[in-house]
Ligand binder design. Sequence first.
Ligand code: MG
Length: 381
Amino acid sequence: MKRITILGSTGSIGRQTFKVIRKLKKDFKVVGLSANSNLPKLKSQIKEFHPEIAAILSKDAGIELKDWCRKNKLKTRVTDGLEGLVELSKYNSDILLSAVVGSVGLEPLISAIRTGKDIALANKESLVIAGKLIMAEARKHDVKILPVDSEHSAIFQCLKDEGLKKIKRIILTASGGPFYNYNRKHSTINVTQALDHPTWKMGPKITIDSATLMNKGLEAIEAHHLFNVPMDKIDIVIHPQSIVHSMVEFVDGSTLAQMSHPNMELPIQYALTYPQRYVSNLKKLNLTDVEKLEFYKPDFNKFRCLKLALEAGRAGGTMPVVMNAANEIAVGLFLNKKIKFTKIASIIDKVMSKHRSIKNPTLKQILQVDMQAKKDAGLLC
Ligand code: MG
């Protein structure tokens, strides 16, 4: 039986992880949970899974949760704040699934790696801003980083034991989001339209990132670090059906793809059960029902966020840190109806052009640059 800790348990990936764990009950014991602020959901998860420890980012919610556990005679120990998240990530477990959204996941992730537990990683922003450091720590502590992101799970499954030298290129697929064929001006796009993703059901931040195609830029940087492949060997194609989750082309001209209906439970399950493949009751793929699989080139002029993210990835150093920080702030502002859809890219562009990138930054420098870029982005609204 594997002991598992879940960071970000009340979000979209966290909830889907529980769906997987309910089916694999015999093999997993949930020992730790954490949430940002969703107390009702966290309470119901504590009642169902009886974890040994739970963390909540908000200090006030932490006090309420401690009281509630006491009143309900639950033995779960409650911690709070970022220190609480870090404590949880160090807690005795075999695997930690990080489904936190944003750069807040970085410190807990590094702490978890240093305790030697394997990581199922859905928190792509951490890899984007500190991929080099994370992968170096993972190598040092002999920790496996198992991708939960569907594209990276696909690449991971296609790669198997093929060495880096055998890879000609990685082809990341993107659904294109709700605006791939949108003919009106992008400045008129509202929050409801942007949250209406055609193929995937996801949390609000990643859904907006998918609408701007920023998500694919973040994923290219994520792939660059996870698989140690240079940015210029990573191509992006629009694939509206979301059936091919990504591909790897090898030096002999052979291209492998991983296919399934879009459902995050599959990559979550594979990351948790790796290197085993377990049975699942997910809808099976019948290609004659799908009928067609289409692939198009992305339009970098229409989707400026994608272009900016790839530029940041190629620049390296702390440039991806500021790109990601500005994006996190801009997406928040858009979701709160403070800025137009097209302003997201403008904010990222401005913050990036002001930044002088630091080569091989330390963790402390990354966190400082992240904080400063978030401040700068907030002032541009
Ligand atoms: Mg993805």
